[in-house]
Design a protein around this ligand. Structure first.
Ligand code: CUA
Length: 334
């Protein structure tokens, strides 16, 4: 029904019908009451008009049933909208457990997408049909906003923190990608396309081109180049905590507070390491601000995610073993 109206973008994700149904319901309720008021005003104006020009209106002292009616009915309607919108909101905000993750950075004036397998693209995002995709992104300079209308998802790209959107594409094809936050002279040119492909075509696309080095492998390389490996010993005996199996767990800080080790925490720990020290460790780590860019930080996060819970080779090394010379360097002290 909706796709026939050119006013609306296509419904190309599982979220799209949910968002649209709610939107149409709110519009219908609003239109119904707007029309009701206009029609009643017109009808009464004609029906009760004073032909003589001499009548004085009767005094009105209120009506309890009427007042209760126009309070209680709108109350239930607005509560229904609230409950419905909350369900849709939670669905939009909470990604499923198993998602295909893509990293992105916005900067004046382009979007860069980085696939876990290593492929990078500018102003284009290739994704497979029918799989939940999660885009994790940040900005390298000012506020931007990543907007994909056909999937009904949009979120601000904020310097210094990660945002994410998720969607499951339901249609093969090309869809618009916008920056939806005014970010400077060429804001209007900060656009691109999302290409939704059949899963087998997507696999073919993934294996063609690209650097051949997965993000985690690139992260591992940085981990060694930057010297992280000298302190974050896998057995926990180093000057910094071991990173094995740390992603996603709760950690106690020196202040006694707890923190979940997520993308934002790993990023903070690289760029402002003194801010949230893990209990039992001193403020000895230098900042890596300026030494590693946003893409490097994302690769390091992917590397930390790929580390196993206990010993054994990181998943990164296995995943990138095929055709990735960079995975060859030693695993560091172990
Ligand atoms: Cu980036 Cu507008």
């Amino acid at each position: 029904m909706v796709s026939g109206i050119p006013l609306f973008p296509e419904q190309a994700s599982t979220l799209a019908p949910e968002v649209d149904n709610l939107y149409f319901f709110v519009t219908a309720v609003t239109a119904f009451f707007a029309l009701l008021v206009v029609v009643v005003v017109l009808v009464f104006a004609v029906k009760y008009r004073d032909r003589t020009g001499e009548k004085v209106g009767a005094p009105i002292h209120g009506s309890l049933p009427l007042e209760l009616g126009w309070s209680i009915i709108p109350f239930f309607i607005s509560m229904a909208i609230f409950a419905w919108a909350t369900l849709v909101f939670f669905h939009i905000v909470r990604a499923p457990d198993q998602t295909l993750e893509v990293y992105s950075t916005g900067k004046r004036w382009m979007w860069r997408f980085q696939h876990i397998d290593g492929q990078a693209e500018i102003n284009e995002l290739h994704v497979p049909l029918g799989r939940p995709i999660r885009v994790i992104f940040t900005s390298e300079d000012v506020l931007h906003s990543l907007y994909m209308p056909a999937f009904r998802v949009k979120a601000d790209a904020i310097p210094g923190r990660y945002s994410s959107i998720w969607f499951t594409p339901t249609q093969v094809g090309e869809f618009h990608l916008f920056c939806a936050e005014y970010c400077g002279t060429r804001h209007s040119g900060m656009i691109g396309r999302v290409v939704v492909m059949e899963p087998n075509e997507y696999q073919a696309w993934l294996s063609g081109g690209g650097s051949g080095m997965s993000m985690a492998a690139r992260g591992e390389q940085l981990f060694q180049q930057l010297g992280c490996v000298g302190c974050h010993l896998p057995d926990g005996s180093g000057r910094g905590p071991s990173l094995l199996g740390k992603y996603g767990i709760q950690e106690t800080l020196a202040t006694g507070a707890t923190v979940t080790i997520d993308d934002t925490y790993v990023r903070e720990s690289i760029l402002t390491p003194q801010m949230k020290l893990v209990a039992g460790y001193g403020p000895v780590m230098p900042t890596f601000q300026g030494l590693v860019n946003e893409q490097g930080v994302m690769s390091l996060i992917e590397y930390v995610k790929s580390l196993p819970r206990t010993g054994g080779p990181p998943a990164a090394a296995q995943a990138s073993a095929a055709g990735a010379p960079a995975a060859a360097p030693a695993q560091g002290p172990r």
